[in-house]
Design a protein around this ligand. Structure first.
Ligand SMILES: Nc1ncnc2c1ncn2[C@@H]1O[C@H](COP(=O)(O)OP(=O)(O)OP(=O)(O)O)[C@@H](O)[C@H]1O
Ligand SMILES: CC(=O)N[C@H]1[C@@H]2OC[C@@H](O2)[C@@H](O)[C@@H]1O[C@H](C)C(=O)O
Length: 393
């Protein structure tokens, strides 16, 4: 028998598995690395987060990826090289983290790697009837496996698409495990580059997992453009500006918001070009940069609230648990609290899940499912195990 398959078989039969989950999100801020211990699977999953670190990307790397990220036309040679490069780079960051934590690579059973989303093209965005939903995550798993010596599971989103989904949000499968409650109607809200949420009703109503629109992506882009800063730290800029209602209304006039859930989107749509179009349409080209950042922050709040009011039986909502970098944006969190007074809003620490680590834990969990799980049927969502296996030798 192929020795790799023998090793997989052994790992799948273990009582406990040590896993590394990796997430590199649309904000391009760095690589999230979570070391977790898992036992069991599905709704019975038990996990402990043993270590977590975000290793910030250096500016040169970020600059290279930004040249390709969410762009319709790119240098194909660069894309080809960066696919391999990210695999090698992520592998090195994993080895550095393991050394820091004093954990031997040989003790880790598997790595579950999201990769770097470079382009997200559901049919609703590309609009070409003869092409399917599509998405591209790069940072090849074979490079990670060979360089670390650890079995690597990667490229989770393709199977979701093959089974009828849009390749996202995959948070659904983790959120049902982390957050379901017998009497509380909950929402697990992740505010990363794009915001997504999972609605977990206690009363047997349909579970919904969906992107709601921009999270931080447009706020970050405006901060880079007008303030030469990567993001609006502690919402200082937004809090010093005024929301412009005309621009806000123009930003909210996008067909994505009226389309039925579940749906996904990305910075391919919610970009500075999108902002520019809305400014032209609303005659707000003379706004101050602070007012623009305030309005974009309110855009994030309003699009999340509109979604909740449409799909999540808002009057019965008990609790909203936020994760992702947007949980640190005071303007956004205060805005949600004001517009959704019926729900208690806090972060995912309430569930024992570090809000910064949640997506990296999710991929570790999806890796655990790929090894020992069974497809989970949740409403009409694809019921499949996801991920491709790469072996060190
Ligand atoms: N102190 C802070 N104040 C305001 N915003 C913050 C703060 N810290 C982080 N953020 C925001 O969080 C972003 C990073 O969030 P996160 O790491 O969740 O994104 P991501 O994982 O790349 O996104 P996605 O979930 O879309 O893939 C930053 O770009 C910034 O906009
Ligand atoms: C294609 C892609 O990378 N989508 C990300 C992005 O970031 C947030 C939102 O858009 C979400 O749909 C998804 O990631 C999370 C981890 C998910 O699939 O649940």
């Amino acid at each position: 028998m192929n020795k790799n398959l023998q090793q997989l078989f052994t790992i799948a039969q273990k009582e406990e598995r040590l896993a590394i989950g990796l997430m590199s999100g649309t904000s391009l801020d760095g690589l999230d690395i979570a070391l977790c211990r898992f036992s069991r699977h599905g709704l019975g999953t038990k996990f402990d987060l043993l270590h977590f670190i975000t290793i910030a990307y250096d500016d040169t790397f970020k600059g290279e990826v930004i040249q390709l990220f969410a762009k319709k036309q790119v240098d194909l040679e660069k894309l080809c090289m960066i696919n391999a490069y990210i695999g090698i780079y992520h592998a090195q960051l994993i080895l550095d983290a393991l050394q820091q934590w004093n954990v031997a690579p040989a003790d880790v059973d598997f790595i579950a790697s999201h990769g770097q989303t470079i382009y997200h093209a559901p049919q609703r965005l590309h609009g070409q009837a003869n092409y399917p939903n599509a998405t591209l995550q790069i940072g090849d798993g074979d490079h990670i496996a060979v360089k670390t010596g650890i079995i690597t599971i990667s490229d989770f989103r393709q199977k979701h698409i093959a089974a009828g989904g849009e390749g996202a949000p995959l948070a659904l499968y983790g959120d049902v495990i982390f957050g379901s409650h017998p009497t509380e109607n909950r929402i697990l809200l992740n505010i990363g580059g794009i915001a997504n949420l999972t609605y977990l009703p206690a009363n047997g109503a349909e579970i919904i997992c969906c992107d709601t629109g921009p999270g931080n992506t447009m706020i970050d882009a405006a901060c880079r453009q007008y303030f030469n800063r990567p993001y609006d730290e502690d919402a200082k800029i937004a809090l010093s500006g005024q929301v412009n209602e005309s621009l806000l209304n123009a930003l909210l006039k996008e067909s994505f918001f009226a389309q039925p859930a579940p749906k996904t989107t990305g910075p391919e749509l919610f970009s500075l070009a999108y902002l520019e179009k809305a400014r032209q349409a609303s005659n707000t080209t003379d706004l101050t940069a602070e007012d623009i950042v305030a309005t974009l922050s309110q855009f994030t709040v309003q699009s999340i609230v509109d979604f909740i009011n449409t799909y999540c039986q808002p009057e019965t909502l008990t609790r909203i648990l936020i994760s992702g970098g947007g949980a640190k944006n005071k303007f956004v969190v205060d805005g949600l609290t004001k517009l959704l007074p019926q729900a208690t809003i806090s972060d995912s620490n309430y569930l024992g899940v570090d809000p910064d680590a949640k997506e990296a834990i999710l991929f570790a969990l999806l890796g655990n499912e790929a090894l020992v799980g069974e497809p989970m049927t949740i409403g009409g969502n694809p019921a499949v195990l996801m991920g491709k296996f790469s072996f060190p030798g």
